[in-house]
Structure formats: structure tokens, C-alpha cells
Design a protein around this ligand. Structure first.
Ligand SMILES: [Zn+2]
Ligand SMILES: [Zn+2]
Length: 110
């Protein structure tokens, strides 16, 4: 048998719009929001290409494309450390660790 189909429809990232905005639904790596294009290849030669309509998420690790609403939220560790700096006791106005339920300085409930 000599005939086999070596063409195919591929998706390629054309331009990164925002990098690291989501997590891959497959492997959990950081994924970029990209503008993509569909490429029709025949015998490894591009015969046709057209732009995708909406931006897609693209994983740099496993090369998966998926819609942005499916992406997992990024780790909240960076977000919660920012909150730490702004948490203050309402009574004595001192900085308090967020896991404390009572202020260690004046004993007020937080
Ligand atoms: Zn992935
Ligand atoms: Zn206090």
C-alpha cells in the first residue's frame, strides 16, 4: 500500500496576546492567550491558512489549544500574599497575619 494521507489540519499559535494568563486543562502548566490560525497541510507543505475567530489558550508544555473559559485559575498564592500586607486590626491599626482570628496586640476580634 503506497497511499497514505500525510496532510492534515493543524492549529498554530500566531501571536501571543497575553502570556501566563491561565493554566492548562491537560497538564496544569502556564498557558498563554494566543491568536491562532488554522493551517491545512498537504505533504508537509502549507496549502491554505486562515485566522481563527477568537483567541485561544495555548499550553507551552503539551501544545494543547483550548477555549479561554476552560482554563484553570492561576495559583492564588501571589494574590493572597498581597492581601497579607493590607490586613490590619480595626482596633489598633497594626498589621496582623491573615490566619489570626484575634489581634495579638490588643485582643480584638478581626
Ligand atoms: Zn498542557
Ligand atoms: Zn489590635
Amino acid at each position: 500500500m503506497f497511499f497514505f494521507f500525510v496532510g492534515g489540519l493543524e492549529q498554530q499559535a500566531r501571536q501571543v496576546l497575553k502570556s501566563g494568563v491561565g493554566r492548562c486543562i491537560n497538564c496544569g502548566s502556564r498557558a498563554d492567550l494566543v491568536e491562532y490560525e488554522k493551517v491545512l497541510k498537504l505533504f508537509f507543505v502549507t496549502v491554505w491558512r486562515w485566522s481563527g475567530t477568537d483567541p485561544l489558550m495555548h499550553c507551552n508544555n503539551c501544545k494543547l489549544f483550548f477555549p479561554q473559559d476552560l482554563s484553570l485559575p492561576i495559583d492564588s498564592t501571589t494574590a493572597s500574599s498581597a492581601v497579607t500586607q493590607t490586613l490590619r486590626c480595626r482596633s489598633c491599626d497594626r498589621l496582623v497575619e491573615p490566619e489570626f482570628r484575634f489581634c495579638p496586640f490588643c485582643g480584638s476580634a478581626i
